[in-house]
Ligand binder design. Structure first.
Ligand SMILES: CC(=O)SCCNC(=O)CCNC(=O)[C@H](O)C(C)(C)COP(=O)(O)OP(=O)(O)OC[C@H]1O[C@@H](n2cnc3c(N)ncnc32)[C@H](O)[C@@H]1OP(=O)(O)O
Ligand SMILES: CC(=O)C(=O)O
Length: 533
């Protein structure tokens, strides 16, 4: 059976740029656009030429974005002047783009309140803008802003805006849920009505996520007949964001309800690259990836409950809706107080430790994990500390170094310039291969000073840890009150791109941090194959 083509339109570089705290540099826009092109995106909305220098510059760049049509965004011309006399519109039309997408108002209330023009003037602006863009010979579309709210308030007017653009030759009439409050059944019903006037293969959907329904609304719109979906990577976008293409793409490619009916431009390799693309964008934006993100989150295929783990080991399909590899993610069975032998054995196998399931050390390790989790450790988020615990239980971690003592101090004092400064220092004494060593360091805080001192001189092990860096540090107070203990979780990374997490627990935050630091270094030595002393 032949499948219908469904087009994907990425607006990460335009609506995604409207996310609070997101401000792409030109080079970042180009990197994202190359990734989108390589995965097979149909349209890449590069920005609003004339609105910012970066957006204008983006369209001037040489590009290599696969088959993607680079689209310039703009707004309909202002009332009271002709299209040729509207400098904003002319700047958009002058951009070196393959296509245009113009936002036009379609809610009567907005036309009157936000634009302050008559309903007829707005209709004329839509017509004249689309006519001017179509006359350039380039593909032209309209984002009918607030279409669903507009349709609920005044269906005739909302439809007349969409039809005006359609009659002037717009290739796509994109229905926008701009305020993001429309629900899936409403989207389905309204798209079904619009389809009586404009064919579905000319309709698109642009959904915002203010009610948490952007992905569901996009799918409802496709089921009702639209053939273009607009969205962004990781759901970036104004306020709560846009429909998340990182969730939509696997759904469209892997769920039979859509995959059997529609063909999308995203290749199988593009699908496999999705986890990487999602995390690369977070990295670029200096954001922590959402571990619970559908399909691509670090926890998306992680099993913690023992009953689930036992079934997953028999057949992963028991608790997985798709194979994680299809989207470039991976399966993990966690070890924690919620798991049993199956979880432990699965994790040992992943680490590469072959142990007979009846080996008495397994029961002892399980008891240790449970005791330590009772004391505040959390191994489900600290896989490197778990690996060390497991390797030690099985006798395979050398004592690379012994920490004989450490000391930290925090002092507020006047510096030589007479300024009041806080100075943190640490002294660490270790023994490496029978040789005592002492390192002293300053840091931004006591933990930073300890970290620097500990890693300053580990003798023969120094070359193995030179590229180790701490990338995250989290503190959690457990139990509360005077009995409180502190759990410190440290994320580390090295030049190979590996990232690992370690944990320390103590009533004293410095002591907990130190445990996690020592685990991080020891893990790095194990993974680097450092020889025993
Ligand atoms: C729903 C969406 O996400 S639409 C995308 C919105 N994106 C952006 O706004 C980001 C880029 N925007 C900008 O850089 C600026 O707003 C510009 C360059 C476009 C315009 O800047 P300015 O001319 O200084 O106008 P300002 O930003 O104060 O206000 C927007 C103007 O556009 C008008 N306008 C808004 N939408 C439309 C439209 N669809 N058609 C015509 N005019 C419109 C408004 O009425 C307002 O004009 P007014 O102040 O004369 O009433
Ligand atoms: C055009 C657009 O971004 C919106 O209506 O939400």
């Amino acid at each position: 059976m032949s499948r219908e083509r469904l087009y994907l339109f990425d607006t990460t570089l335009r609506d995604g740029q409207q996310t609070a705290g997101v401000d792409f540099a030109l080079e970042e826009k180009l990197i994202i656009a190359r990734e989108l092109g390589a995965m097979g995106m149909d349209y890449i909305e590069g920005g609003f030429p004339g609105a910012s220098t970066t957006d204008t510059a983006f369209f001037a760049e040489e590009r290599d974005f696969g088959k993607a049509r680079v689209t310039a965004f703009g707004m309909t011309k202002r009332a009271g002047r002709s299209a040729s006399n509207d400098p904003g519109l002319q700047t958009v039309l002058a951009a070196k783009s393959d296509a245009f997408c113009f936002v036009g108002k379609s809610w009567d209330y907005h036309v009157e309140v936000a634009l302050g023009v008559t309903l007829d003037e707005n209709l004329a602006a839509i017509r004249d803008t689309i006519k001017a863009a179509v006359s350039t010979g380039r593909e032209t579309m309209i984002d009918c802003e607030h279409f669903f709210d507009g349709y609920k308030a005044n269906p005739d007017y909302a439809l007349s805006c969409a039809k005006a653009a359609f009659e002037e030759g717009a290739r796509w009439i994109v229905l926008c849920d701009t305020n993001g409050g429309t629900l899936p059944h409403e989207v389905f019903a309204i798209v079904s009505e619009v389809k009586k006037h404009i064919p579905g293969e000319r309709l698109g959907i642009h959904a915002h996520d203010d009610a948490g329904c952007a992905v569901a609304n996009s799918l409802a719109a496709v089921s009702a007949g639209v053939r273009q979906i607009q969205g962004t990577l990781n759901g970036l976008g104004e306020r709560c964001g846009n429909a998340n293409l990182i969730s939509l793409i696997p759904t469209l490619k892997l769920k039979p309800e859509f995959a059997d009916k529609f063909e999308i431009g995203i290749s199988d390799d593009g699908l496999k690259n999705l986890t990487h693309i999602s995390r690369q964008l977070d990295e670029m934006l200096n954001r922590n990836p959402n571990r619970h993100a559908p399909y691509v989150g670090a926890n998306a295929f992680v099993t913690k409950a023992g009953i689930h783990a036992s079934a997953i080991l028999k057949d992963p399909r028991t608790y997985e809706h798709i194979p994680p590899e299809a989207v470039g993610n991976r399966r993990r069975v966690m070890v924690s107080d919620q798991g049993g032998r199956s979880s432990l054995l699965a994790e040992l196998e992943r680490i590469g430790l072959q142990v007979n399931k009846d080996d008495p050390r397994i029961a002892r390790l399980l008891d240790t994990v449970r005791e330590r989790e009772n004391a505040g450790y959390a191994y489900d988020g600290a896989e490197a500390s778990f690996e060390l615990l497991a390797r030690r239980a099985l006798g395979s971690v050398p004592d690379y170094f012994d920490v004989d003592s450490f000391r930290t101090s925090v002092e507020r004092r006047h510096n030589a310039m007479g300024e009041l400064v806080t100075v943190c220092e640490a002294v660490v004494k270790v023994t490496v291969k029978g040789e005592a060593r002492m390192s002293v360091a300053e840091g931004n805080g006591p933990v930073n000073a300890l970290d620097v001192a500990l890693r300053k001189d580990l003798g023969i092990y120094q070359p193995f840890i030179n590229d180790l860096k701490l990338t995250d540090f989290k503190v959690r107070i457990l139990n509360g009150g005077t009995e409180a203990v502190t759990r410190v979780t440290i994320e580390s990374a090295d030049d190979s791109g590996d990232v690992w997490t370690t944990v320390g627990v103590s009533p004293n935050i410095i002591d907990a941090s130190f445990q996690a630091l020592v685990d991080s270094i020891t893990y790095k030595l194990v993974k680097s194959g450092a020889p025993a002393p």
